[in-house]
Design a protein around this ligand. Structure first.
Ligand SMILES: Cc1cc2nc3c(=O)[nH]c(=O)nc-3n(C[C@H](O)[C@H](O)[C@H](O)COP(=O)(O)OP(=O)(O)OC[C@H]3O[C@@H](n4cnc5c(N)ncnc54)[C@H](O)[C@@H]3O)c2cc1C
Length: 424
């Protein structure tokens, strides 16, 4: 059987493009099938945590629009405070720009791409895989499913188990350019409004991305929450001058006397999109097919961050495909093992922290506000200098209590989510 490429990759998001870049750079023939025409809009905060710089094997800074040093937190729109880091914690961009840049790198490395090719399904034979798009059928030795949250590849290959559906709504909004500039180094984060729910404001070069997200079974609460977030911003109720240890309205905060007032001048788009969250160690390959990024449900259950995990899993997928094609291994098992050992270990710990947060949201909120140690640990996780998996060790002699506290908070968190889902 003549194949169209050694590896076909479905989807040219960060997972697909990084996998293609790695494979093409190692001399493997790669064909990307992408349903859209690039550059294309994708609903996403496009916040890149600093740690992603350690993973992307080329300079991605040309697409950065803003660099974040400050986070203003509130808990259910109360008790706001700000925290600052001298070192950048994240960068914001737009996905049309980022994804086009990453795809171009893959093409320059030697990958081929067909736009407007939507993968519908695939079937595996002994020696190859048949990939069906609307227009025609393709064949390859291996397939990487990097086709996002509603992955046709993962569905066809039976790789969708243990995924909890999340959902997020986000708008790109214009505001007074002076206000956009004033907050170009600041993100706003509300958490604790409902179990697993959060709202954010990310500054871009010439506008803000404003969104809310949480478990999909609480979707009915998301639009009212989004509207409340806009009201809160328009009122200037978010006090971004309250530092750690200060209560809102205290002398220290009044002295600085400035508010975070953001009034929406124009909403350019408002859309929702799923955020799939893998909650157990699982299979990430089946025969000649692997899944990466959102197609594999690799998103942070605490923050919704997915680009970092898309990049990492795309690179891991490429390495396993390369080893298999070089006859260094006889199966793609090494990929499932690497994802479980390196990525799921982190994501499962993040899930435990999420439950703890849902059980005692205000306590964690105050902990981040009042404890320099907690804040520094938070920054280090964003910068990739610490892992979620290091958090239990940070409790020193109380570490033994960590597992028990996480188990109890999981029950409380799930009960709260269930009760909220049942409310009208
Ligand atoms: C509202 C919102 C805000 C977010 N904010 C952030 C954030 O600030 N930071 C962060 O790190 N993460 C964020 N995420 C998560 C992030 O968007 C995803 O985790 C990330 O895009 C996953 O990358 P990917 O390459 O796996 O998939 P995608 O980026 O979804 O790329 C998949 C690609 O596959 C293509 N495709 C889909 N189906 C097919 C098909 N059948 N055939 C061929 N091609 C197909 C799509 O057109 C797309 O180009 C957010 C998500 C949402 C919903």
């Amino acid at each position: 059987m003549t194949t169209d490429a050694d590896v076909i990759i479905a989807g040219a998001g960060p997972a697909g493009s990084l996998a293609a870049y790695e494979l093409a750079g190692r001399g493997i023939s790669v064909l990307i099938l992408e349903k859209s025409s690039f550059p294309r809009y994708k609903v996403c905060g496009a916040g890149l945590t600093y740690k992603i710089l350690r993973e992307i094997p080329f300079d991605v800074s040309p697409v950065f629009e803003t660099q974040i040093h400050t986070i203003v937190f509130s808990s259910g729109f109360r008790k706001s405070f700000k925290r600052t880091s001298p070192e950048p914690m994240l960068y914001c961009t737009n996905r049309d720009k980022l994804d086009d840049f990453l795809l171009q790198k893959a093409v320059n490395a030697g990958a081929r791409v067909i736009h407007g090719a939507k993968v519908m399904e695939l079937t595996q034979e002994k020696e190859f895989v048949t990939v069906v798009t609307r227009e025609r059928t393709f064949h390859s030795k291996l397939v990487i499913g990097a086709d996002g949250a509603s992955s046709a590849v993962a569905r066809s290959a039976g790789l969708r188990e243990n995924i909890l559906p999340g959902l997020a709504w986000e708008a790109e909004v214009r505001a007074d350019p002076a206000v956009v500039k004033a907050f170009s180094q600041t993100i706003f984060l509300d958490w604790g409004s409902f179990p697993g729910g959060y709202g954010w404001v990310f500054p871009k070069g010439d506008h803000f991305s404003i969104g809310v997200g949480g478990p999909a079974n609480l979707s009915k609460w998301m639009m009212p929450y989004y509207e409340k977030l806009l009201d809160y911003l328009a009122e200037g109720a978010w006090d971004c001058n309250v530092g750690p240890q200060e209560e809102k309205g205290s002398a220290g905060s009044k002295m600085q006397n400035a508010k975070c007032k953001i009034e929406v001048a124009e909403t350019m788009s408002l859309k929702s999109w799923p955020i799939p969250v893998r909650v157990k160690r699982s299979m990430f390959h089946n025969g000649r097919v692997l899944v990466a990024g959102d197609a594999a449900g690799l998103t942070d259950p605490l923050t919704g961050e997915g680009i970092y995990y898309a990049v990492r899993s795309g690179i891991l997928a490429a390495r396993s495909c390369h080893a298999y094609l070089q006859a260094e291994t006889t199966s793609l098992e090494s990929y499932t093992k690497a994802v479980n050992d390196e990525l799921m270990k982190e994501l499962l710990e993040a899930n435990r922290i999420k439950h703890l947060f849902n059980a005692v949201p205000l306590k964690i909120h105050y902990f981040v506000r009042d404890s320099d140690r907690a804040w520094k640990a938070f920054v280090k996780i964003l910068r990739g200098e610490r892992l979620y998996a290091d958090v239990p060790a940070g409790f020193g002699k109380w570490k033994v209590m960590w597992g028990a506290a996480c188990r109890v908070s999981k029950w409380i968190s799930e009960y709260r989510e269930w009760r909220k889902a049942g409310r009208s």
